[in-house]
Write a protein that binds this ligand. Structure first.
Ligand SMILES: *Cc1c(COP(=O)(O)O)cnc(C)c1O
Length: 387
């Protein structure tokens, strides 16, 4: 079977894990956690990274640190992994679901501005409120879908104009860079007030499970760190707010350090796989099939094809089933948040781009240890399905 995306663990992972056992540093204190944070900070050009036990918990503390509270609204794309919305709910707040742009599958900044202009007003406490629901708009959360970074200068301007924070869900974006309007390629640590990564098993870099919050504002990051470690004020059992037990363990970080040592080569493979499929399956364009969008500097977390307009999920799944018979593991992709049971009554914008898109996506094998022969096999089978 050519698998969809399996962890690539043939570097120093085992050695560093042995070291955790030998030294007994298996919990949330240890040199690997610190080392991992330094590596993630450097890779994202952040002043600091705070390692967490998952991407979801990282999002939860990041939102908490920028002041998201009970009954607030947080703007988030409906086309995302459900964890983005869950983290908002974990704060007691609610997602305000908006549509993506077709060219990068990320939250559409123009739509966000329009929606806010149409639906919100500034009230006497100086805060921005949704006129119909009377909820405060507390943050905007763009998602770096597939490792694509949307126009963050536009989001930054919007956030500054409105005086609300930006928290980026960069869960699947390790290794991505952003090309700004002056044509500089920058790492994403400075693009939002806080950005959150995931190191779950299906991400480009994995710790088994894990996450990190990065940024360039020390006060936010210090608060995030404090919140992840039960808000304890050492040396005694004093706690100055309701904190969380969200810190990454040294065991997770040991795997993470070994993975980060190979970040450049992993990103290289991800980008090559994407290019290989696009070049070798280009004949399918004649049948109305397209490929995943990429922004300049995308880390190409997943690669795959987009079936013709009008295709429904059942048809996409039938294609996955046929490929499975050939020994190729593929999958459909995110079902929008507004179609999920816990979120069906959320405030939302027009979401026609997400509705049109989500049933037509098939992800293709893109593990970082995929071989040329396996990619050839994928191309052969996928071509065969559409003949
Ligand atoms: C993976 C992912 C998450 C969740 O991360 P976990 O580490 O699994 O909690 C959140 N948002 C997006 C966009 C993701 O891809």
């Amino acid at each position: 079977m050519v698998h969809l995306a399996v962890p690539n663990l043939c570097g120093n992972e085992k050695k560093y894990l042995d070291d955790c056992i030998d030294t007994t540093f298996v919990s949330s204190v240890g040199e690997y956690v610190n080392k991992f944070e330094d590596m993630v900070a450097e890779a994202t050009d952040s002043i600091r990274a705070v390692a967490t036990c998952s991407g979801t918990t990282g999002l939860h503390v990041a939102l908490t640190a920028v002041g998201v509270k009970y009954n607030d609204l947080v703007i988030v794309p409906t086309f995302t992994f459900i964890a983005s919305a869950n983290a908002i709910k974990h704060c007691g707040a609610e997602p305000w679901l908006m549509d993506i742009a077709a060219d990068d599958w990320c939250l559409n900044p123009r739509l966000v501005r329009e929606e806010i202009e149409n639906c919100c007003e500034r009230r006497s406490d100086g805060e921005l409120y949704h006129k119909d629901t009377n909820q405060r708009v507390a943050a905007i959360m763009p998602v770096y879908t597939l490792g694509n970074i949307p126009n963050m200068e536009e989001f930054k301007k919007l956030a500054e104009d409105l005086g609300i924070p930006l928290v980026a869900d960069a869960a699947c974006a390790i290794g991505a860079t952003y090309r700004d309007t002056k044509w500089n390629d920058v790492q994403f640590g400075s693009l939002a007030d806080l950005s959150v990564l995931s190191f779950n098993g299906n991400k480009t870099i994995t710790c088994g499970g894990g996450g990190a919050v990065v940024g360039v504002e020390e006060s936010f990051l210090e608060h995030v760190h404090h919140l992840t470690t039960t808000a304890r004020v050492w040396p005694d059992y004093d706690f100055d707010e309701v904190g969380f037990n969200y810190r990454m363990t040294n065991i997770q970080a040991a795997v993470g350090v070994a993975q980060m040592e190979r970040l450049d080569s992993f990103i290289d493979v991800k980008r090559r796989v994407r290019k290989y499929y696009e070049e070798n399956l280009c004949i399918l364009r004649k049948k109305g099939i397209d490929f995943f969008p990429t922004t300049d500097g995308s880390s190409c977390w997943f690669s795959g094809i987009v079936l013709p307009k009008g295709t429904v999920l059942k048809e996409a799944k039938a294609i996955c089933a046929r490929l499975k018979e050939d020994g190729i593991e593929t999958r459909t992709f995110w079902k929008p948040v507004h179609l999920q049971k816990p979120y069906k009554d959320c405030s939302m914008s027009d979401v026609s781009v997400s509705e049109d898109l989500w049933q037509r996506i098939i992800t293709l094998p893109c593990s970082t240890n995929i071989t040329e022969e396996e990619m050839r096999k994928v191309v052969h089978s996928v071509t065969g399905v559409f003949e």
